[in-house]
Design a protein around this ligand. Structure first.
Ligand code: COA
Length: 423
């Protein structure tokens, strides 16, 4: 299981070593960006839209002669991690031209990208994966999940003891009109929720894009804002779709794009608004946090049809820095033996000593308590996924009985990590 520093260095000559990776010229961007769109089977390609958020100097491409055949980008995000908001390399736009797949192009891109991220001083990378089988080998672990759910609104209601505040009122507006209020609420909510990133103006353009052809039969984006005299405390961004059955009875739907709040009573008001809108029979949300207050506020939680969907994958790029900057829920003192094929500087034995106020992570020759891959630490880093599952599966081992339980307890958070916007 262990992977020595020498062996890691040898792995740098591994898959994809024959490809040259470089930052493309501005003039090459359309051809390079098109790779990811074609690879991801995206229906439309709009380079102006891509230019809004792309960071050219953090875009890497592989060329076969003059032809670009692979691409991977990074957004420089401030993401909330256990301990507070920090710079995170948000990996995006990954694709390989279909004629060049399985020839090591992605491996070459990942190796160079991880080295660049480290050089820039970011200790954590995160991404959304199109498929679960791709990124584990590159040291990423599945660290957050979202919940998609459907309810028949006429079968549900909120508990009578759901918190309410008579000082709160609701305002329904076009999404564009409510943009400033949404930004205020989101900024505060995202700073609290592990996994969320702070949205720039360009990202708000992306969130609020509302092309009729992309509405899937629904109407325009609407925004309900919950506010008091001091300002906005929450919002629900949603679309509705009118539908009548063959007897003329309503079968209309409401799709929640996102719902954020900074106060419990505003959650109550907003959820009650969307589940009680006249004529609406069906409500759905594709990407709610698994611990969204709605699930606790419902009088009968059995009435929700829920599924689990993938959310963030996390990679520790600078393992000791990432662990030292993290907050811990309980004291822990363990020696970790870590394998890391793509970031050899992380491989080896580390002693992690942490309590609730500070953490130290230093190289050691001490006997290991836990033997694991860096991807397992990535999965556990946000505090929402335990290492116990990996231990039970035999992918992580412990020399000292109870060591994984102690580390899990220290890494645990009582809220669940979640990112509400795919990047
Ligand atoms: C996923 C993708 C980027 C992989 O690129 P690639 O250049 O073919 O990958 P590599 O040749 O470097 O493969 C490296 C390893 O990953 C494996 N792998 C690659 N894609 C995989 C996938 N989708 N599922 C499982 N394993 C995969 C390869 O088999 C190889 O394994 P090996 O080292 O054991 O031989 C490419 O197939 C693609 O563009 N897919 C469609 C778009 C997409 O899904 N992009 C990712 C967005 S998050």
């Amino acid at each position: 299981m262990s992977f020595s520093r020498d062996a890691s260095a040898a792995a740098e000559q591994g898959p994809g070593a024959q490809w040259r990776v470089r930052v493309p010229e501005e003039s090459e961007l359309p051809a390079v960006a098109r790779i990811a769109h074609e690879a991801l089977l995206a229906p439309t390609f709009d380079i102006d839209r891509i230019r809004q958020t792309v960071e050219l100097d953090r875009t890497l491409a592989v060329f076969d002669g003059p032809q670009p055949v692979g691409v991977a980008g990074v957004h420089s995000f401030t993401m909330t991690l256990p301990g507070g908001p920090r710079p995170v390399a948000a990996v995006t736009g990954v694709g390989v031209w279909p004629t060049h797949r399985r020839r090591g192009v992605l491996s070459a891109l990942m190796r160079r990208q991880l080295a660049d991220i480290r050089e820039r001083g970011e200790d954590v990378a995160a991404l959304f994966a199109s498929e679960g089988g791709i990124y584990g080998r590159f040291g990423y672990g599945p660290a957050a999940y979202a919940t998609d759910f459907r309810v028949r609104t006429r079968e549900i209601g909120l508990r009578p003891d759901a918190p309410r505040d008579p000082a709160l009122r609701l305002r329904l507006a076009d999404a564009g009109e409510a943009r400033k209020d949404m930004a205020v609420v989101h900024q505060a909510a995202a700073a609290q929720r592990v996994g969320e990133f702070q949205r720039s103006s360009a990202w708000w353009n992306t969130v609020l894009r509302d092309e009729p052809a992309e509405r899937g039969g629904y109407g325009p984006l609407m925004c309900a804002v919950a506010e008091d005299d001091a300002g906005p405390l929450g919002y629900a961004l949603y679309r509705t779709r009118q539908h009548w059955d063959e007897h003329g009875a309503t079968e209309s739907s409401l799709w929640v794009k996102e719902l954020y709040s900074t106060a419990p009573a505003a959650y109550t008001l907003l959820w009650e608004h969307v589940i009680t809108r006249d004529l609406v029979c069906h409500l759905s949300h594709d990407m709610a946090p698994p611990d969204d207050p709605l699930f606790t506020l419902l009088a009968d939680p059995y009435r929700v049809s829920k599924g689990q969907v993938d959310n963030l994958w996390v990679r520790l790029v600078d393992l000791p820095a990432a662990l030292e900057k993290r907050s811990f829920a309980a004291p822990v003192d363990v020696v970790l033996e870590v394998s890391d094929h793509y970031c050899p500087w992380n491989a080896g034995r580390w002693r992690l000593s942490a309590d609730t106020s500070a953490a130290r992570c230093v190289p050691t020759d001490g006997a290991p308590d836990i033997v694991l891959d860096v991807s397992h630490l990535g999965a556990a880093y946000l505090g929402g996924t335990g290492l116990g599952g990996y231990l039970a599966a035999g992918l992580v081992s412990e020399a000292a009985p109870g060591a994984v339980q102690r580390l899990d307890t220290a890494l645990h958070r009582s809220d669940r990590p979640h990112c509400g916007k795919i990047f």
